[in-house]
Design a protein. Sequence first.
Length: 298
Amino acid sequence: MKKIIIACGVAAMMIGATGCEKSSSAAPETFSDSLAYYMGRSQGLMVADHFKNSMSADQKKKFDSDAFLRGFKQMIMTDTADADYLQGIYMGMNMAQHINYLAMDSINIDRATVYAEFAKAFRTDTINSTAMQMEVGQFQMLMNRAQDMLRERQMAAEAAKREAAAGTAKENEAKGAAYIQEQIAADASIKTTESGLAYKVVKQGEGPMPKDNSTVKVHYTGKLIDGTVFDSSVDRGEPADFPVTQVIPGFAEGLKMMNKGSKYVLYIPASLGYGNNEAGSIPAGSTLVFEVEMIEVN
């Protein structure tokens, strides 16, 4: 199920926190003014830090900080002596979040009906406990049904996504296989192993070759068949160290043919790479091309 960030709940929980951070401006000298100053500063920084670390990149783009501050200001400026009004606000916020949660999955609740029935029930002079339990039970039954509907829709959406991804992966895999055959046809020095890994020896080094228990230091650039670079130790300006067994099968197989000073180009089909799974910016079913230089074998 989707998770909802409860902004006011987060802020409320943080009021009791002790951490604070000074700003560049001088704090007021009186106790009450200093308390107000640091309450605002410390909680503002902590809530901002919470949002920064808990939101995805897409959520950050959609988040309206001005709207958040308007809501916060409306609450903070409310006459704190009107406790009944505040309780109504909190109850309304809680119910509104339930309604919004359902609406995200196309279960639309008429808010006017919710308010009208809430107000009518709330103003009841006498409450029959048995009747109330029946009403609560009916609500719970309906909510359980809503949860089932949401799960079914989510499962159907995920199944459709997997089906679409499988189709894309199959298409990418076919394109990759054709690409490797084109490279082999154009360059007779490209060889193919029994597993399907294609490779070109640019330079063969000297010394022992890595084994499954070896750690290597390499410089590499990984590309898609359209030339897009998805990872490069060369661009980062620092060689990479890793155990041979902690990389994709095709890359590991290629490494074990390389001794110190070797330079290879590896053409790794999807079956020896990430298969039908996406991996960061690498689409499902992708054939990968690695330019690799072996620096050390340990």
